[in-house]
Design a protein around this ligand. Structure first.
Ligand SMILES: Nc1ncnc2c1ncn2[C@@H]1O[C@H](COP(=O)(O)OP(=O)(O)OP(=O)(O)O)[C@@H](O)[C@H]1O
Ligand SMILES: [Mg+2]
Length: 355
């Protein structure tokens, strides 16, 4: 018996008639899911008239419907429980959540909730998030490109001029026979040597030559030495898989280098560790760089921006960051990344950045 036929259920009938969400009531007749009733909202949203659906089989009314929409009705009736599903309705183009619940006697009421707006905003949010990730990764690479450009200028122009100047001052010192000028020349030599040393460390800070010239493994060793040794933290590097055999794109190496730097700085800033291991593993598809310390472990990883930014940039490349940490047992941060950028990747078309 249809709800609309029942005087006893008058108040329910009003609800059924007036609710804004489409509701359909079904029953199994001769093994087929059959329409018993639909409300005005169903007629409006599904663009069907009530008189045209009552008594008809579900699949005759919706011949193109995916099986999940009828499965929930069958499951609901067979198991006498509420069942739901979500998806795009091919017929209406909307994104619907359907909830089928049993009603007396042996019928299933299906209420449809329109999730189209929610789904679109969720899709937009995901797209936006992916774009932000890509932007973060791209920024690191273009930043590296700029750094490398400045480092090259400092090396080729200023560094060269300083070396020439130092040579001239040394010649002057050798030829000079006046005692009055000697201390001034020596002080100029000392100053120039200091500026050359400062220039070299600036060049290193800006763009480590080892990364370009020797590859990621030696660059990470140099990095560990520069960051950890001044703080008395011992370190060693373990590698598996040869750098030549499993060659990573330059952009991947640049990103991993910058991220490893952040992890090493974290170790110095937060861990109180006395020893660090850097483990570099390569295989056909991926490169993994893990930084492990024996410090106090992470208490709260949500404080800063460093770990978050590593995670987001790795996700943009199809990689991941895994943090393993127990209080008092140190931290192991594992960065995994594909060796190669995907074809057509946003990072790939910036040819000058890979260096
Ligand atoms: N190796 C580590 N040992 C102990 N705690 C750590 C370690 N690395 C990170 N942490 C904890 O995780 C938090 C988040 O690290 P994250 O790098 O994201 O931020 P930060 O270093 O505090 O600031 P930022 O990197 O933005 O300058 C840190 O504040 C610290 O509490
Ligand atoms: Mg940090």
């Amino acid at each position: 018996m249809a709800i609309s036929d029942s005087g006893k259920h008058f108040s329910y009938k009003i609800l059924f008639e007036r609710v804004f969400d489409p509701i359909a009531i079904h029953k199994i007749i001769d093994g087929n899911i059959t329409f018993v009733d639909v409300n005005p909202a169903y007629e409006r949203v599904m663009k069907l008239s009530r008189d045209n659906v009552i008594g008809r089989k579900f699949h005759d009314v919706w011949p193109n419907a995916e099986s999940k929409w009828s499965d929930i009705i069958r499951d609901c009736l067979a198991q006498n429980r509420t069942v739901h599903c979500v998806g795009e309705s091919l017929d209406t183009g909307s994104y619907l959540e359907a909830i089928a619940f049993p009603i007396p006697t042996d019928m299933a009421a299906v209420i449809f909730l329109d999730r189209t707006k929610l789904k679109r905003s969720e899709d937009d949010r995901r797209k936006y998030q992916a774009q932000l990730r890509e932007l973060a990764a791209r920024l690191t690479i273009s930043e590296e490109d700029t750094r490398r450009g400045i480092a090259e200028e400092l090396h080729d122009r200023i560094g060269y001029d300083l070396i020439c100047q130092l040579r001239m001052l040394r010649e002057l010192e050798a030829r000079n026979d006046t005692e009055i000028l000697r201390p001034q020349i020596q002080s100029l030599i000392a100053n120039t040597e200091r500026i050359i040393a400062g220039n070299r460390s600036l060049i290193f800070e800006l763009s480590p030559p080892a990364l370009k010239e020797a590859g990621l493994n030696p660059a990470l060793e140099e990095l560990a030495q520069n960051i950890l040794e001044p703080h008395g933290i011992s370190w060693h590097v373990i590698t598996k898989g040869s750098e030549d055999e499993y060659k990573a794109d330059d952009s991947v190496c640049v990103l991993l280098y910058r991220m490893a730097r952040e992890l090493l700085i974290n170790t110095v800033k937060h861990s109180g560790a006395s020893a660090v291991s850097i483990i570099i593993n390569r295989n056909h598809d991926n490169i993994t760089v893990a930084v492990e310390d024996n410090g106090k472990g992470i208490q709260d990883s949500n404080k800063g921006f460093g770990l978050f930014s590593i995670k987001e940039r790795l996700l943009a490349l199809g990689g991941s960051l895994k943090i393993i940490s127990e209080p008092g047992e140190g931290v192991m941060a594992v960065m995994t990344c594909p060796l190669k950028m995907k074809k057509g990747d946003i990072l790939h078309d910036n040819k000058n950045t890979s260096g």
